[in-house]
Design a protein around this ligand. Structure first.
Ligand code: NAP
Ligand code: ZN
Ligand code: ZN
Length: 349
């Protein structure tokens, strides 16, 4: 299947039109017409080889929504015309303890990411996977999600990464009604973290270095906004939060966040800075605080998150763009100038 896409050909090269061939759908595969694809900061880290050398041409995109175009003979979960999503994974070993518990993101043999991955021979498109900055994709039905019909499709796309990446740690950490939860960094992940934590009944505070985002915090579901550059405000919130969900994409001061966490509270790390962060152990030791990392979410939990969003009417706040705006969108994400996720209209490829 010939698909139109956008790719960059080296870490320092811009995105440009590109076409390639997807594998022919097998018996367990679903072929999807991609309608919309979100731009995650991980796309930028990868396309620019910030997390290690990428494969080029690089076609990122793991916040994919679309419509089923055809199904293989053994597919049972989906039919032609269904509205579906694909997130960060398109395969895993399926047999290890993590896979058997529906935690494919922690697959002992390494899951197959939607783009820039060579692990599994089945999903190769010319040697490595290529993602959703394209018109079509072929995915095994086990890694395809049902999208609730009541949500606006273009605004659903970011749920497939930003949504599940914030839902999973909040759930796993046990965030519940009345907990004081802070979301550090109000970008794509952060704004979903605010909406989801609020939907669990938490008292949500945004921790941001961008004063221009203050007025959005309440609309997104937060009851408070704290400017991290305001030392007085930070001091007033010493040992205040049960949880801080850290979504920051670059090196930053963990000590400031740690000081705002209560005794036995948790710092939940999802932001994936390309450089190591300094962690002073004394604030951990003296208040029995802990730090937890979390990677996206498994397939069953991703479906649970989508159903939760359907029930509560939760979608992403997006700026819909055409493919030829991807390079400018990347620059704006790097300047924290997006409210709050760019989504590509895939009809524009
Ligand atoms: P994003 O939209 O760019 O948001 C990141 C936010 O962090 C910015 O809006 C900004 O918020 C804040 N920030 C950025 N640079 C900063 C700096 N130098 N110091 C302090 N704050 C800074 O990115 P995203 O798409 O939400 O992704 C966030 C991070 O999560 C990325 O590293 C991404 O790769 C990673 N990620 C991880 C997973 C996972 O499974 N763990 C999944 C997806 C993405 P303010 O303007 O409010 O300060
Ligand atoms: Zn992502
Ligand atoms: Zn596995």
């Amino acid at each position: 299947m010939e698909v139109k896409a956008y790719a960059n050909h080296a870490a320092d090269k811009p995105f440009e039109p590109y076409s390639f061939t997807r594998r022919e759908p097998g018996p367990e595969d679903v072929a999807i017409d991609i309608k919309y694809c979100g731009i995650c900061h991980s796309d930028i880290h990868t396309a620019r080889s910030e997390w290690g050398p990428a494969f080029y041409p690089c076609v990122p995109g793991h916040e994919i929504v679309g419509v089923v175009k055809s199904v293989g003979s053994d597919v049972t979960k989906f039919s032609v015309g269904d509205t579906v999503g694909v997130g960060c994974m398109v395969d895993s070993c399926r047999t290890c303890p993590s896979c058997q518990q529906g935690l494919e993101q922690y697959c002992d043999n390494g899951f197959t990411s939607t783009y820039n991955n060579t692990f599994n021979n089945k999903v190769k498109d010319d040697g490595y996977t290529k993602g959703g900055y394209s018109t079509h994709i072929v995915v095994d039905e086990r890694f395809v999600l049902r999208v609730p019909e009541n949500l606006e499709l273009q605004a659903v796309a970011p749920l497939l990464c930003a949504g599940i990446t914030t839902y999973s740690p909040l759930k796993h950490a046990g965030v519940k009604k009345g907990d004081r939860v802070a979301i550090l960094g109000l970008g794509g992940l952060g704004h979903m973290g605010v909406k989801l934590a609020a939907s669990f009944g938490a008292e949500v505070t945004v921790l941001s270095r961008s004063p221009g985002k203050r007025e959005d915090a309440e609309r997104l579901g937060a009851s408070n906004f704290l400017l991290t550059t305001d030392d007085d405000e930070v001091a007033k919130h010493s040992e205040y939060f049960d949880f801080i969900l850290d979504t920051v994409s670059a090196p930053h001061d963990l000590a400031q966040a740690m000081g705002m966490i209560k005794r036995e509270g948790k710092l939940l790390m999802v932001g994936a800075s390309d450089k190591p962060l300094d962690l002073n152990v004394f604030p951990l030791i003296f208040k029995r605080r802990s730090v937890m990392g979390s990677l996206i979410g498994g397939i069953p939990e991703t479906q649970e998150m989508l159903d939760h969003c359907g029930k509560h009417g939760i979608v992403s706040d997006i700026e819909l763009i055409k493919a030829d705006y991807i390079n400018e969108a990347y620059e704006r994400v790097l300047k924290s100038d997006v409210k709050y996720r760019f989504v590509i209209d895939c009809a524009s490829f």
